[in-house]
Design a protein around this ligand. Sequence first.
Ligand SMILES: *Cc1c(COP(=O)(O)O)cnc(C)c1O
Length: 390
Amino acid sequence: MKKDQSRIIREQAPRSATREHSVPLYLTSSFIFDNAEQGRAIFADEEEGMIYSRYANPNTSEFINRVCALEDAESGLAFSSGMAAVFASFAAFVENGDHIVSSRAIFGSTHQLLTQLLPRWGVTTTYVNSAKISEWENAIQENTKIVFLESPSNPGLELYDLKKLGQLKKKYPNIIFSIDNCFATPYLQKPLQYGFDLSIHSATKYMDGQGRVLGGVITGNKSLMTKLMFFIRHTGPAMSPFNAWTLSKSLETLGLRMDRHCSNALAIAKALEKHPEIISIRYPFLPSHPQYKLAQKQMKAGGGIVTLEVKGGQERAFQFIDALKMILYTSNLGDSRTIATHPGSTTHSKLTDNEKTSLGISPGTIRLSVGLEDLEDILEDILQALEVTK
Ligand SMILES: *Cc1c(COP(=O)(O)O)cnc(C)c1O
């Protein structure tokens, strides 16, 4: 099977003796060995087999295999949350004295990891706040171990050129090139194809897509995964079988859902582009986006996030959010329900005004995570909230 959708739907944990059609939930902490010799052989890696759910479980393996099919990856590992995955993607590879190059526009907790936690173990980070490849290359030092980024960025929706970064990787083969691919999902963007070593996801977002469970996943080549596996086995950020079962089921509809998230988001961006109460609107597949051409090259569609700036600064932004009737305010994203957030006072509130501006966040900035409701209803809610707060 070559097509994504067929591969993820048909990739399934081995059928048990019960001959079930849909995969059961394997709530078991460990697995029995038929005899002492088998126990020895499995522990010695001479025979394949499950040992303990901190290492692997049929539900987590099925989830991982499905993500690998989507990402065209050799191998993958699942984590209890997106942050557990992001942390492991650094901690499994860096040593005291190592250096990381990262895009400045990254998820808040990742920023805390890089600036507050990793320095405790002697690992430093240089931020790059530019899409220019020369600036990325300039930031690389003798001791750089990892180059890390998110694309599109949150909430500015700035893109990085994955093909050019893949070429930079060729020039620095010993550096791990790693991307948090959460906003795009592997349905819209496949970074490993450009030469990236690791693709990381918070599965909590679009992979679940219904705001139910936390999860994280990393895909990449086998040799890096072996090192990551060592880290997981002995530090324990394993995904629970229940979460894996839930997420694996969700992946069967990822493509369908993403198509709808993207078409709703594009339609909303287009409909609001000329609205007199809106100063600016950002969406990667809107021709007015400064990197529209790049977006079309490396993404199948523009994603489910639209970032806009309302007139009237923070006061108006707050009034707008409070005037929404259907759309709810929560810090999550990638849900079937449309969500509005005010990054300046929540997810990015710890930044200085200069830092906010450089990431495209102004007092009037609103991030919309466009859901799967009928387009007319989402649009109507936004338009009425703009109208009553004029
Ligand atoms: C939510 C998110 C994370 C963290 O994932 P959790 O599952 O909440 O731990 C990391 N990166 C990005 C881009 C995210 O949106």
